[in-house]
Design a protein around this ligand. Sequence first.
Ligand code: SF4
Length: 232
Amino acid sequence: MTNHGATQRASAPAPQGVPPELRRQAGLSENEIAQRREALRQLDEQEVKPCTRCHLCRTRTKTVFGQGHPAARLVFVGEAPGRDEDLQGLAFVGKAGQLLSRMIEAMGLSRDDVFICNTLKCRPPENRTPAPDEIAACWPFLDRQLQIIQPEVIVALGKPASQTLLRTTESIGRLRGLFHDYHISGMPMVGKPTPLMPTFHPAYLLRDPSEKGKAWSDLKQVMALLGLPLPA
Ligand code: SF4
């Protein structure tokens, strides 16, 4: 794959024929889905929105919990909200978010089929890199989101999200392109691991379009694992 990856693929017609049973987790009743939706809502309303665990609460405009389907098979995790996200309280709504939408559509899915969130729920001032104490304070929220949703695959967008979820200092260049095990609460003994694919952040792809082909290659691996039809 060359750099004619995510964007060019994304601007092409999405793969047709992704059946409904492949878009969301199968075998869940409407009641179970409603319970997960309510659990996410309570986590957001009761714990994230009023959170003062770290000093980012003083500079945020809105918390950004993330949005999507409570029974998503696929969860995207980015680093932290940016300016647009902070103003709107929604994850990935700026230019990077638009590219992420096109990447999801190129997979034959929509944003309503997946769940999109960040490791941090509040914007670091001037979009600076999150500090270790901020990540440590906020990480339990993400972990609980993943416990509720129980995705079949996680895609970590960019170095900070990948390093946080995998608890490593390895570079994104070495992490991406391979599935890694994500353990709930970082504890291998709690349930079976979830496959996690690190790939480049859409904001990075906007700065360096030559890497889009690698990102698309990563997403095609995710599609194969989920049994989604690959484009011709
Ligand atoms: S970044 Fe996370 S831990 Fe810090 S105030 Fe916001 S929600 Fe709380």
